[in-house]
Design a protein around this ligand. Structure first.
Ligand code: NAP
Length: 302
């Protein structure tokens, strides 16, 4: 099969489309003929060698964990999914003609292949962090970095539960956030004053998706470190805040199913930042690496 590969760590130019052996579904897994694969920041961080302390990479490596496509193999013990079903989910080595998914759900009719292909990791991360923060209806959640993949997914999950969401983004993304139902403000110096003005009654919980040095101010805004969860600031525990890192977890099925259900109810969408052919994946990684993605970047495989 054709796959996006790289033979060693490096800049985006190490990415190439080559021929690799097809993977097969093991117990609990499905294999899909991939239509669209998602791009997440961790993909370029692994490719650049920034994650080698935590993640072992065997070369040639195939980047990516998110994909959507048509099931063509069903592993032992899998229930509720059959060959021919359209699904989305996550697994290893997803940027290829065939990928094996560990977590998957039926693709909702309301989402395009592009939207479904970019959904799994951000849905899992957003729901995992919200389940730590537990905002309830009527409470206020502040999201640092609300226009990105995780931020926009978390905002929509919270809004669907009746939570008020204030989100930071650059000015150019404020209309985008308003359209999602988020009250926008810019990130950077003076954030506490801006948020105080938008939420005089206070902010109940904070999700930091950016990890770009604002953690102390976010804790001041929440008035309690325990009310702050970061997915990107590894110093969070030193400040008493929580760091949540991704793991393969049966709860991911629940996040995928919830996102699919809300999408069909018109309460959840996956904004597409940009689409690239597999052969142009270097441009997709450069775009992700630039740090100003609105929604999701995806790779069209078939
Ligand atoms: N721990 C985990 O389980 C986990 C899971 C998924 C992702 N992550 C990590 O979480 C981070 C976000 O992931 P993602 O997929 O949401 O990324 P993404 O889609 O690339 O979004 C990045 C967002 O960050 C915003 N941003 C840029 N500079 C900022 C700043 N100084 N302050 C606040 N926001 C800023 C950008 O908004 P503007 O364009 O408006 O500037 C953009 O929307 C990445 O570092 C990723 O590796 C961790």
């Amino acid at each position: 099969m054709l796959a996006l590969t790289y033979a060693g760590y490096g800049d985006p130019s190490v990415l190439d489309v080559t021929t690799r052996p097809e993977p097969h579904a093991g117990p609990g897994q499905v294999r899909i003929a991939v239509r669209v694969a998602g791009v997440n920041p961790v993909d370029w961080k692994i490719r650049a060698g920034q994650m080698k302390e935590w993640i072992t990479t065997r070369f040639p490596a195939i980047p990516g964990s998110d994909a959507a496509g048509v099931v063509d193999e069903v592993g032992e013990g899998v229930e509720g999914v059959k060959v021919g079903d359209e699904v989305f989910g996550s697994g290893a080595d997803a940027s290829a003609e065939f990928a094996v998914l560990d977590e998957f759900a039926l693709k909702p009719a309301s989402l395009s292949w592009e939207q479904a292909g970019g959904l799994a990791a951000v849905a899992e991360t957003a729901l995992r962090t919200l389940e730590l923060l537990r905002p309830s209806a009527g409470q206020t959640l502040l999201i640092e970095g609300a226009a990105g993949g995780v931020g926009s997914a978390a905002a929509q999950f919270a809004l669907a539960d009746g939570v008020r969401v204030i989100g930071t983004a650059s000015e150019q993304n404020h209309e985008f956030l308003r359209d999602l139902g988020v009250v926008p403000t810019v990130y950077g110096p003076g954030l506490k004053e801006r948020v105080d003005a938008l939420a005089p009654e206070g902010v109940d919980v904070v999700l930091d998706t950016a990890g770009l040095g604002s953690l102390k101010e976010l804790i001041e805004i929440a008035e309690s470190a325990e009310s702050v969860v970061s997915i990107a600031d590894f110093s969070a525990p030193e400040h008493g805040a929580r760091l949540s890192v991704g793991i393969t977890d049966p709860r991911a099925f629940h996040a995928l199913e919830k996102a699919a259900r809300l999408a069909d109810e018109g309460k959840f969408t996956v904004p597409i930042d940009s689409e690239f052919a597999l052969a142009d994946a270097a441009k997709a990684h450069e775009r992700s690496q630039g740090g100003h993605v609105r929604g999701k970047i995806v790779l069209k495989v078939a």
